[in-house]
Design a protein around this ligand. Structure first.
Ligand code: ATP
Ligand code: MG
Ligand code: MG
Length: 546
């Protein structure tokens, strides 16, 4: 039972491999369909599809589907779709379960050559015997007996848990992963892809390397936690006489204030901490998509981070930086108000209506849209203070501000309700501002605002969803089993009274905008005829006027 630590293919194996591949780089992206993919998988895709693309090779999308209980058609369909959204095109889509017949035949071969045996130890017994480095009492049973029992397992004659097929490796090896790993388990569960044909299922350790060899993968790229399994990967291929791919490891991506594990993400969904896999607070790819992230921003983030072996927990703001850069270049500006405060312009007649011209992109002169300007307009409630101060550029008693693209407003008066909340501000506007007096300086503070689409008509309704990190703890995984304690109870704020200018009427689900001064927003699928629902992707770096 020698340990094989390096790749050594025979000349014959190499020749067969090259005749299949033409010498091309062949990789695979091998998700298990037991959940939705997260941003960590974007790194894996970048490595797998990216390396194939870089060397003019091919990359498989392979569903590593050997745990039928955890896997679902829903996940399979989603993964296929989201891989495409990220910009990758699989050369072929395959399933580990496509190879179940071959894997079974190879298991018979493995038993026959004395490299596997049927074992009756329970999971706990295996765990204990591993710790004590004690071999299974069934390790040296006759080959014929194992062959017969393994066939019984396949034919449904053995109960779940009563037997496993174990590889006869090197139980004295220092590497835990050489201790007679399990190759097959009995499981009376239907399979989402293979149907109800099987009641035994192969393990990851048994399957992954064999399917890599059968698919003629040239470079098998995986994350570092698999490094200690390299030995078993090569051991199995060696004893089966199969071609051995080149295995390379890279570090997993971790983001601060996040958990990136499908198991934990599923728990968040199942326990109702979020509204689903694509909740915009989740760093699943579908969550990021719904929030307004672009594949380009995600891929640029990963490229700049680099593919290395050093463990990295990347600050989440680095990802935000890239999406900001991408959205800055691509999203049209538009006027909206999140927490509206009514402003009455006292020197305008009730039925006044005009349209001012606003820029969709800074510096793109011809690209404009119209914003209605009326007697009643709305500014951000946070842009009014009852007490002015020197470094404050919003509206306050005695002060003037500029309505972006429109006119200066001069404070006159304001009203409060019984709770002391300011409900209305009265101002006068400077009608002459744009005409003769070119030497007039506009007020320093320039505010976003929304006017009425017609006199007396309320502006378009918007529901704005603002997000904070889902975990207030920077490294929730370090809390171990108590990772849920790191959750941020205030990760979402829903502003149902937000307003937008008529330009937003034609917005479609998935459209992205920069709401002036407020951040980047993406139209959510909860949008209805009555209300435009938007998710804030990310805030602007600078939140108050330049
Ligand atoms: P999870 O714990 O989230 O289920 P996994 O490793 O079991 O992760 P798979 O779907 O089996 O996920 O993985 C598909 C590929 O993506 C594997 O090559 C895996 O190593 C890689 N991968 C998963 N998570 C990350 C991550 N955070 N960073 C980089 N690669 C990852
Ligand atoms: Mg996995
Ligand atoms: Mg997993």
């Amino acid at each position: 039972d020698g340990t094989v630590m390096h790749v050594s293919n025979t000349e014959e194996q190499l020749r067969a491999h090259l005749s299949e591949t033409g010498g091309k780089v062949i990789t695979r992206f091998p998700p298990e369909p037991n959940g939705y993919l997260h941003i960590g998988h974007c790194k894996a895709m970048f490595v797998d599809f990216g390396m194939a693309a870089q060397y003019d090779g091919h990359c498989f999308l392979r569903f590593d589907d050997t745990n039928p209980e955890a896997e679902k058609m829903e996940y399979i369909e989603h993964i296929q779709e989201i891989v495409g959204w990220m910009g990758w095109t699989p050369w072929k889509v395959t399933y580990s379960s496509d190879y179940f017949d071959q894997l079974y035949e190879l298991a018979l071969k493995l038993i026959s050559s004395g490299h596997a045996y049927v074992c009756h130890q329970t999971a706990d017994e295996i765990k204990d015997s591993r710790q004590e480095r004690q071999p299974s009492p069934w390790r040296d049973r006759p080959v014929e007996e194992s062959l017969r029992l393994f066939k019984d397992m396949k034919n449904g004659l053995v109960e779940e848990g009563a037997a496993t097929l174990r590889m006869r490796m090197d139980h004295k090896n220092e590497n835990y992963n050489m201790f007679d790993l399990i190759a097959y388990r009995v499981k009376f569960a239907p399979h989402p892809h293979a149907g109800d044909k099987w009641c035994i299922y192969p393990s990851y350790d048994y399957t992954h390397c064999i399917v890599d060899a059968l698919e003629n993968i040239s470079h098998s790229l995986c994350t570092l936690e698999f490094e200690s399994r390299r030995a078993s990967y090569y051991w199995l291929l060696e004893v089966l006489g199969l071609y051995k791919p080149h295995v390379m490891e890279y570090s997993r991506l971790n983001l601060t204030h996040n958990v990136l594990s499908k198991r934990k993400l599923k728990a968040l969904v199942d326990e109702g901490h979020v509204r689903g896999w694509d909740d915009p607070r989740m760093y699943t790819i579908s969550g990021l998509r719904r929030r307004g992230y672009t594949p380009a921003a995600i891929n640029t983030f990963i490229r700049e981070m680099g593919i290395t072996r050093s463990d990295n927990e990347v600050p989440v703001h680095r990802l935000e930086h890239h999406v900001r850069m991408d959205l800055d270049a691509a999203s049209p500006r538009v006027m909206a108000v999140l927490r509206p405060l009514q402003v009455i312009i006292t020197n305008l007649p009730d039925d006044h209506y005009e349209e001012v011209v606003a820029q969709r992109f800074p510096g793109r002169k011809g690209d404009t849209y119209k914003v209605p300007f009326s007697k009643i307009v709305y500014i951000e409630a946070t842009d009014f203070r009852e007490v002015d101060s020197k470094d404050y550029y919003g509206l306050a008693p005695g002060k003037a501000i500029m309505l972006r693209y429109a006119y200066p407003l001069q404070y006159v008066d304001h009203k409060k309700n019984d709770d002391g909340v300011v409900t209305q501000v009265m101002c006068t506007y400077d009608a002459e501002f744009h005409s003769a007096q070119k030497n007039k300086k506009p007020p320093k503070g320039v505010l976003n605002w929304v006017g009425q689409p017609a006199p007396g008509v309320r502006p378009m309704r918007i529901e704005a969803r603002l997000y904070d990190v889902l975990f207030k703890d920077p490294s929730p995984s370090e809390l171990r089993d108590a990772w849920r304690d790191g959750l941020n109870e205030a990760s979402e704020e829903t502003l149902k009274g937000a307003m937008g200018c008529p330009e937003l009427r034609k917005a479609k689900v998935g459209d992205r905008f920069q709401f002036e001064r407020l951040g980047y927003f993406c139209v959510d699928r909860d949008t209805s005829a009555d209300v435009l629902v938007v998710n804030r992707t990310v805030t602007l770096r600078e939140s108050f006027p330049k």
